[in-house]
Design a protein around this ligand. Structure first.
Ligand SMILES: Cc1cc2nc3c(=O)[nH]c(=O)nc-3n(C[C@H](O)[C@H](O)[C@H](O)COP(=O)(O)OP(=O)(O)OC[C@H]3O[C@@H](n4cnc5c(N)ncnc54)[C@H](O)[C@@H]3O)c2cc1C
Length: 408
């Protein structure tokens, strides 16, 4: 085993950890990744907006590209989104990152503790000798125990139950996929169908709760999915695979003054209102690596600071509070209001709603988008939005957006 001191040790071999480790190694930094079974395939099916990663990933990383994603609010109202949506080929993405990681040293181990000395950090492992590194990147997923956070805001959850099913035929035409299909959603917390045809007789169907607190249980989602498939007249011939999805969203962000650089889901990078994260991690990995390299010339604390400055610049912190406000709103809307909200949201110009979903708008653009959604909203929804903007939780987030870093 290599016992030298690495420039960078990354905890976790998920998409975020591998992307940042590759980017560090490609800049000539000696890099380690520590994770149990670090080459193990990732189980998730990642969906991304095509434009987000076009040109950044090899073409074969896109398993399916849908040119006609849509949102179906009820029997009559269907919104054609007019932009590409893609499913990533998780195995290909995984293999590409591992191929790029040829200079990264992989350790098959779990980190139990990180202890900082003035110029080096020691990663204690459940299995084997400690590893030393000048700077530690924590990409160990949501709920990491190693990251200090700015506050104690509890997350809300996106929950979904999905199956890949074979059917005689499905209703989706060439290029179509249902980003949200609300038809027949008739009780309790709102959920919708997310459906991706994989062939003329195979489809991935997922009953999804966009964001809720507490999480909608899997049994509820599964029951609703089966009812929905029955209503749609889809006869399931066989079930090939299942997906259980629980994504914590909108918890407190990492403290920017700490020595550990939190990245990916560990670093609060999951979009609080949509649950998307992977594209963001892939985009930010080279930027974070460049900042780490620059900062490492002056020591570990500088390296961490300079990484946090590019991952969480002040404008992004303000934007995140606004997205978290969006999450609060979504958690509190009932079924009718959620549909009215989506109807208003997708009336925004495509670049604006896409920017919102990808988390790439500036705080001013988000505020302007929110006002426009308010303007498009029904009067019932407007009253609810006003109440949320002025109640204690909502106004706290809006104030924090004006004064980021303030532990209001
Ligand atoms: C089912 C599902 C579907 C999702 N779909 C999407 C989607 O379509 N689009 C999207 O953008 N996001 C999606 N997400 C959300 C999020 O993007 C993913 O969870 C993503 O995998 C997070 O990447 P990550 O690398 O930050 O963490 P993870 O993928 O959670 O990886 C964490 C890594 O850390 C390791 N680890 C954990 N603890 C330790 C330890 N103590 N020591 C060493 N290693 C450790 C783990 O073994 C793993 O290798 C989905 C999430 C789920 C659960």
């Amino acid at each position: 085993m290599d016992t030298k001191c690495f420039d960078v040790a990354v905890i976790g071999a998920g998409p975020a950890g591998m992307a940042v480790a590759c980017a560090c190694a490609e800049r000539g930094l000696t890099t380690a990744v520590v994770a149990p079974q670090p080459t193990r395939p990732w189980p998730q099916r990642f969906g991304v907006w095509g434009a987000e990663l076009r040109g950044r990933l090899e073409a074969e990383s896109f398993a399916e590209v849908f040119s006609r994603p849509f949102v179906q609010l009820d029997e009559r109202r269907r919104i054609e989104l007019g932009t590409e949506y893609a499913r990533l080929d998780t195995q290909t993405l995984h293999d590409h990152l591992h191929a790029r990681a040829r200079d990264v040293v992989l350790f098959d181990a779990s980190v139990t503790e990180v202890v900082h000395a003035p110029r080096v950090s020691h990663l204690h492992l459940r299995e084997g000798e400690p590893i030393q590194a000048t700077v530690v990147v924590d990409a160990s997923g949501a709920g990491s125990p190693f990251v200090q956070r700015e506050g104690r805001d509890a997350p809300a959850f996106q929950a979904a139950y999905g199956e890949v099913i074979d059917v005689k035929a499905h209703p989706y035409r060439q290029g179509e996929m249902a980003l949200m299909d609300f038809r027949g959603d008739e009780e309790g917390v709102p959920t919708f169908l997310y459906a991706m045809p994989l062939s003329p007789t195979r489809v991935f169907v997922e009953e999804t709760s966009l964001v809720a607190r507490p999480a909608v249980p899997y049994e509820t989602l599964q029951r609703r999915l089966y009812r929905r498939l029955h209503r749609m007249g889809l006869e399931v011939e066989s079930t090939l695979d299942r997906e259980l999805c629980l994504i914590p969203m909108g918890g407190s962000l990492p403290r920017r003054s700490q020595r550990i650089v939190a990245f990916g889901a560990a670093g609060g990078m999951v979009h609080p209102a949509t649950g998307y994260q992977v594209a963001r991690a892939l985009r930010l990995a080279p930027v974070a690596a460049e900042a780490l390299e620059r900062g490492l010339r002056t020591g570990p604390l500088h390296a961490a600071r300079s990484a946090y400055e590019v991952i969480w610049p002040r404008a992004q912190l303000r934007a995140w509070e606004l997205y978290r406000f969006g999450m609060l709103v979504l958690c509190d809307l009932d079924r009718v209001q959620l549909r009215a909200f989506m109807d208003a949201f997708f009336r925004l110009p495509p670049a604006t709603w896409q920017g919102f979903m990808q988390g790439s708008l500036s705080p001013t653009e988000i505020c302007s988008a929110m006002w426009r959604v308010f303007g498009f909203a029904t009067s019932d929804l407007r009253q609810t939005l006003l109440a949320m903007g002025t109640n204690r939780r909502g106004s706290r987030l809006l104030l924090r957006a004006a004064m980021p870093g303030n532990p209001l």
